[in-house]
Design a protein around this ligand. Structure first.
Ligand SMILES: *C/C=C(C)/C=C/C=C(C)/C=C/C1=C(C)CCCC1(C)C
Length: 254
């Protein structure tokens, strides 16, 4: 008590700053925010540095991968600080990140196909529209502007529309018919991420808003799950693109 009083005297700021503002050694969610922010920074440096190694149109793909991790890293810094200070990070904050990173991830499908053949603009626009419907629907539901269920349903429709394009639509046909082996396998891996890796987010929405569970109780779990999902969906996704960019560059130089 005396010690606290004395330190408050010597540092007026300390009296204002609650103890909770430092990262605690047993705060695993906070630690996961730190680790992932750093992984995103490292991935950004990697993708940008590797641009000089690959050829022509593949440079754009790597630039976009680096932008995704850069935007996410910056966003994670903020969410991490809010978490450390308050012990929670509203999911709605993540939508700010998604609004930029998810369209960029969608552009990657277009770009890897455009690097090897001519791709109609319709592919690009359908992926964009699906993304926006998915995110805006989810956001409106999550923010309470429309009901949780309508928001969820609109969001799901947007996601299904994207899946249709990459599994059965023009994008998938172009990949299957015109793409070399390496691009085809990257395309398949990427669409598996969009199916399995992305499923985490609607699942989180469902558990958080539609099961009647106490929202606070799932906060810890939900943030760890979202954080891990982002590693797969942003960093691993970029690494797949890097792999095909390097493979195609080496092939053209051999
Ligand atoms: C890097 C961040 C990524 C890849 C975020 C992806 C987010 C989603 C796939 C969100 C999907 C949603 C639905 C499919 C329906 C319910 C609302 C959302 C927005 C959670």
């Amino acid at each position: 008590m005396l010690v606290t009083t004395l330190s408050n005297l010597s540092s007026p700021m300390a009296a204002l700053a609650p103890e909770a503002m430092v990262l605690k050694s047993d705060d695993f969610v906070g630690i996961s925010f730190w680790v992932i922010s750093m992984a995103l920074v490292a991935a950004t440096a990697f993708f940008f540095l590797e641009i000089q190694r690959v050829k022509g149109k593949w440079k754009t793909s790597l630039t976009v991968s680096g932008l995704v991790t850069l935007v996410a890293a910056t966003h994670y810094f903020y969410m991490r600080d809010v978490w450390v200070e308050t012990g929670s990070t509203p999911t709605v904050y993540r939508y700010i990140d998604w609004l930029i990173t998810v369209p960029l991830l969608m552009v990657e499908f277009y770009l890897i196909l455009a690097a090897i053949t001519k791709v109609p603009g319709g592919v690009f626009w359908r992926l964009m529209i699906g993304t926006l419907v998915m995110l805006i629907g989810g956001y409106l539901g999550e923010a309470g502007v429309i009901g949780a269920w309508p928001g969820f349903i609109v969001g799901m429709l947007g996601w299904v529309y994207i899946l249709k394009e990459i599994f059965a639509g023009e994008a998938s046909k172009i990949s299957a018919e015109n793409a070399p082996e390496s691009v085809q396998s990257a395309f398949k891996l990427m669409r598996n991420i969009v199916t399995i890796g992305w499923a985490i987010y609607p699942l989180g929405y469902f558990l958080g808003y539609l099961t009647g569970a106490e929202p606070g109780s799932s906060d810890n779990m939900l943030n760890i799950v979202y954080n891990i999902a982002d590693v797969v969906n942003k960093i691993a996704f970029g690494v797949i693109i890097w792999t095909v960019a390097v493979a195609e560059t080496d092939k053209s130089e051999a």
